[in-house]
Design a protein around this ligand. Structure first.
Ligand SMILES: Cc1cc2nc3c(=O)[nH]c(=O)nc-3n(C[C@H](O)[C@H](O)[C@H](O)COP(=O)(O)OP(=O)(O)OC[C@H]3O[C@@H](n4cnc5c(N)ncnc54)[C@H](O)[C@@H]3O)c2cc1C
Length: 459
């Protein structure tokens, strides 16, 4: 469409709130999944929720589809524009509105990054217990719309557990503002839940109020070398019983650990390789007591023969170093591109057999396949990256893995969301009635299907 025609269509919207044609940068064409779309004709850049309302009301009147973008670190292609879609980026809405120490809450606009929240909280001896490798770029809007998980879910839950209030704008421009700071509030429907984890299909998040927690000064991480998956589960249960401050329990299979160690230039701290590596983190109010408690629990694990070797960090530097291999996942994407990338959820009782089956099935069909398994095992979330180096194999790999996931009543996505890349398998873990109810909600909130159309499901 020629630019002057678009300008006249958007006459109600100030010109400073959107870019057109040559003003549009390539960065708006794809998210981290690598699924890319065409250069959008229009990119909206609102500064306030009233701007968002004005923009959405205009697009709704024109029945023009819009895709919402945050930090573009999503891994399901949900934020990548499809042909003809305009982009709504929240990147200018970057204010920390209020940090309320008394109620331990922070109220922020949708474009604030996770790291900015963590740092703002830390200045007041508070902490925001969401953490993941994309912290520097992912934003409030994106991590709330995808109900992100991360490495501390076993202690504080997913984003849903951290949101107290939420501001959103509906497709017709209606502003729903709720800056609730109360932990308990049962006054009618809890409307914020409509926007958490619904991947921008029911409304655009413009801000949120999150819970903060007291900073625990003591933090220790241990890396354990282990032989058997059953021992990993026993170790998890032992630590959950003995360590009330357990906040992370990450598992890496040997191929993941050794490959990422070599790609990131990290030394294997143990004399020989292990089939499994567990990274666990504990926090507490007192340095000495937390460390002694952790040492005692580790000794117990050795006595029970669950752990074969272990290293416990002595200071913050060592703790950070121990996380480098787990945090180095992005190296796999650049080295083994293209990859099939999974964030499946598997009942913990089925996980050991699932890992064996998936490896066997993939190797049988794709002998050259590189397979890397790791995950947030404490909450049943298994990550799998598989690559033959051939784009044409990706879909068949996905089919194989999702079919196995279905057999064990798992979920095809535990944290990244469905987006566009997994929607053909949604029925593997949701009933027809559930999917139809989702569609009824969508039709009722967005009758013209302008918000992120074709994400999660097709209407
Ligand atoms: C290195 C790396 C590590 C990661 N680790 C984890 C992890 O441990 N756990 C985890 O859960 N995820 C992880 N992710 C993926 C994760 O989904 C994102 O980092 C984050 O949740 C997305 O935030 P974003 O701002 O980048 O959103 P985007 O990618 O911009 O968007 C994601 C989705 O949210 C929608 N959206 C964005 N903003 C809004 C808004 N304001 N209102 C409504 N909808 C909106 C988009 O349309 C899209 O559907 C990781 C990603 C990377 C690259």
């Amino acid at each position: 469409m020629i630019q002057s025609a678009i300008d006249s269509q958007l006459a109600q919207i100030p010109r400073s709130l959107y870019r057109l044609g040559e003003e549009v940068e390539v960065k708006y064409t794809k998210d981290w999944s690598g699924i890319s779309g065409p250069l959008p004709e229009v990119v909206f850049l609102p500064r306030t929720e009233h701007d968002v309302a004005l923009i959405l009301a205009g697009c709704n009147e024109l029945k023009h589809p819009v895709v919402t973008q945050g930090g573009l670190t999503g891994l399901s292609g949900g934020a990548s524009p499809k042909s003809g879609e305009w982009v709504l980026s929240l990147e200018r809405m970057r204010s920390i509105v209020e940090l309320d120490v008394a109620s331990s809450t922070i109220t922020v606009e949708a474009g604030v990054t996770l790291q900015e929240i963590q740092e703002a909280a830390a200045e007041h001896n508070l902490m925001f217990p969401l953490d993941m490798g994309s912290r520097g770029s992912c934003t409030v809007g994106g991590f709330t719309a995808t109900n992100a998980g991360g490495t501390q879910v076993i202690q504080r839950g997913m984003v849903r557990n951290l949101v107290l209030g939420l501001d959103a704008v509906l497709a017709d421009g209606t502003i729903l503002s709720n800056r609730n700071k109360l932990l308990k509030n049962n006054a009618g429907y809890d409307l914020k839940q409509l926007f958490i984890g619904t991947e921008g299909t029911l409304g655009v998040i413009t801000g949120a109020t999150f819970r903060l927690f007291p900073t625990r000064v003591a933090r220790y991480t241990a890396l354990c070398g282990m032989h058997r998956f059953d021992d990993v589960v026993s170790l998890l249960h032992l630590f959950q019983k003995k360590l009330p401050g357990l906040r992370g329990f990450e598992l890496m299979w040997e191929s993941y650990f050794q490959t990422v160690a070599s790609l990131t230039g990290q030394r294997d701290p143990f004399p020989g390789p292990f089939p499994l590596y567990v990274l666990c983190e504990v926090e507490g109010a007192d340095e000495q007591a937390t460390r002694s408690q952790f040492e005692e629990a580790l000794e117990d694990a050795f006595e029970r023969n669950l752990v074969q070797d272990a290293i416990l960090s002595r200071n913050e530097q060592e703790r950070t170093n121990l996380w480098k291999i787990r945090d180095g996942v992005s190296e796999l994407f650049s080295t083994f591109n293209p990859v099939a990338n999974f964030d499946i959820g598997i009942p913990i009782a089925s996980m050991a057999q699932f890992a064996l089956d998936v490896e066997q099935k993939l190797k049988a069909s794709f002998p050259q396949c590189h397979i890397f398994l790791f995950g947030h095992i404490g909450d049943g979330n298994l990550h799998l990256i598989a690559s033959t180096g051939r784009e044409e194999d990706v879909h068949r790999i996905e089919d194989t893995v999702f079919a196995l996931t279905r057999e064990v009543s798992g979920t095809i996505t535990a944290e990244h969301g469905i987006g566009v890349s997994k929607k053909e398998w949604l029925h593997y873990c949701r009933s027809d009635e559930e999917i139809e109810t989702m569609k009824r909600l969508k039709r009722s909130f967005d009758p013209n299907n302008i918000l992120n159309p074709g994400r999660i499901f097709d209407l």
